[in-house]
Write a protein that binds this ligand. Structure first.
Ligand SMILES: *[C@@H]1O[C@H](CO)[C@@H](O)[C@H](O)[C@H]1NC(C)=O
Ligand SMILES: *[C@@H]1O[C@H](CO)[C@@H](O)[C@H](O)[C@H]1NC(C)=O
Ligand SMILES: *[C@@H]1O[C@H](CO)[C@@H](O)[C@H](O)[C@H]1NC(C)=O
Ligand SMILES: *[C@@H]1O[C@H](CO)[C@@H](O)[C@H](O)[C@H]1NC(C)=O
Ligand SMILES: *[C@@H]1O[C@H](CO)[C@@H](O)[C@H](O)[C@H]1NC(C)=O
Ligand SMILES: *[C@@H]1O[C@H](CO)[C@@H](O)[C@H](O)[C@H]1NC(C)=O
Ligand SMILES: *[C@@H]1O[C@H](CO)[C@@H](O)[C@H](O)[C@H]1NC(C)=O
Ligand SMILES: *[C@@H]1O[C@H](CO)[C@@H](O)[C@H](O)[C@H]1NC(C)=O
Ligand SMILES: *[C@@H]1O[C@H](CO)[C@@H](O)[C@H](O)[C@H]1NC(C)=O
Length: 329
């Protein structure tokens, strides 16, 4: 693919410590916690990220944009919706990963112009991607970005000949270790990137993702009129809003069955560590990352999230669908 494929526009990061007034002007980032997330209910998902006050013990995920429903077909699946009204859905983990192995079991969309994505994104835009343009349901695409820099030639690769990614669950893994990054499908490595291979030995700059990152799950509309021509082509053309699946269901969607996280911090956190903080550059153009005991909770938000937001889920899938139906009219 010739396109500079990136979801930088859709998959925004959080507070950027490097472009902020001082390195500590962003809240400390909740430290990694190994977990196996499933979605039998949505009690661990905050329905609107705007109201997240930083308590990662309260929520595992926040919704940055869009709508989800629980299809509950095999004990609970997270269905991310894309409609003309919501223009896609994106969830972020509340905790950050600073190296570790993340596996997402998902079914992609199957419609031209619509991209399903499972990525990691840091607050300074280090990014590691699994992306699935909807017109290619036998492909998975890998990519990575360092500090949001779009390279002259894409660093992306395409993995072919998967069994239909819309019809079948596959396990997509990002195994991100300090010196090696491996992408896997169903447990088999399909791409390996070493830190050394992207280190400029004359300047010492390593263009390797190295800052704490949140996990992002999304379905996003790349094939819209306002996208760059190359993006539309990469995504498989403009979205067809008269597609029978869309007309019948009232939405396009992608399904997530589980996300498992195995943290691998370069040194294990001692008791009481709650967060990551950015420090001065450890090496050329790469900030140091330290553990901290500082709270991740923004005092201004204390007591804000809660019953009112949880009530959104209590309304249930049927009601949520009805609401979406209304929104579509
Ligand atoms: C997640 O599941 C795997 C496989 O069953 C297990 O080895 C691991 O301990 C689990 N992790 C957590 C944090 O429960
Ligand atoms: C999904 O199914 C589980 C177990 O059957 C149930 O406890 C849960 O309430 C259901 N979730 C939704 C959103 O219907
Ligand atoms: C964070 O959330 C947990 C779980 O809901 C709760 O027990 C704890 O009191 C909260 N912490 C703060 C500071 O609000
Ligand atoms: C979240 O809340 C903000 C502020 O009320 C609102 O502008 C935004 O549309 C909401 N987002 C979602 C996904 O509902
Ligand atoms: C995928 O399948 C096609 C057709 O069978 C074959 O030509 C091609 O070599 C395969 N590609 C890979 C990467 O296995
Ligand atoms: C930098 O040096 C290492 C170790 O000699 C080597 O493996 C790597 O390929 C070099 N990096 C580049 C971009 O050439
Ligand atoms: C692109 O613009 C045309 C003309 O306004 C409109 O009919 C069509 O729905 C748009 N397509 C997308 C995918 O937004
Ligand atoms: C530290 O690295 C950042 C990120 O690449 C860069 O913007 C900044 O100029 C560097 N600062 C110094 C003092 O080298
Ligand atoms: C956190 O607090 C504990 C107990 O005071 C201390 O032993 C530890 O060194 C602190 N860790 C950090 C990263 O500040």
């Amino acid at each position: 693919m010739s396109c500079i494929l990136t979801c930088l526009q859709f998959c925004l990061g959080g507070c950027n410590p490097l472009s902020s007034f001082s390195l500590d002007s962003c809240m400390p980032e909740p430290v990694c916690q190994s977990a196996n997330h499933t979605f039998a209910d949505f009690s661990r998902i905050l329905s609107n990220a705007t109201y997240f006050g930083g308590n990662a013990s309260e929520y595992d995920w926040v919704i940055n944009q869009g709508n989800i429903i629980n299809t509950n077909s095999s004990g609970g699946e997270l269905e991310m919706l894309l409609t003309q009204a919501n223009m896609g859905t994106r969830l972020s983990s509340t905790r950050y990963v600073h190296y570790g192995q993340i596996t997402t079991r998902l079914k992609t969309g199957r419609w031209g112009g619509i991209v399903t994505a499972f990525i990691t994104m840091s607050d300074i835009k280090d990014e590691i991607d699994w992306e699935f343009p909807g017109d290619q349901t036998t492909q998975g695409q890998t990519n990575f970005f360092w500090q949001g820099v779009i390279p002259p030639t894409t660093a992306g690769t395409t993995i072919d000949n998967l069994t239909d990614t819309f019809a079948n669950y596959h396990d997509y893994t990002i195994n991100w270790q300090p010196d090696t990054l491996t992408w896997l499908i169903d447990g088999s490595p399909v791409r390996v990137l070493t830190r050394a291979s992207v280190t400029d030995n004359s300047t010492g700059i390593s263009r390797y993702p190295s800052t704490p990152s949140r996990i992002e799950l999304s379905i996003w509309p790349a094939g819209i009129n306002s996208s760059a021509a190359g993006t539309i082509e990469w995504a498989g053309g403009l979205i067809d809003w008269t597609n029978p699946d869309y007309v019948q269901n009232g939405h396009f969607s992608a399904l997530v069955s589980s996300v498992s996280i195995q943290c691998n911090d370069p040194s294990p956190p001692s008791t009481g560590v709650t967060s990551y903080v950015y420090g001065k550059n450890a090496s050329a153009f790469t900030p140091s990352i330290a553990f901290s005991n500082e709270t991740t909770i923004n005092a201004a938000f204390a007591g804000m999230a809660g019953t009112a937001l949880r009530a959104v889920w209590a309304a249930g899938a049927a009601a949520a669908l009805a609401l979406l139906g209304t929104a579509l009219v």
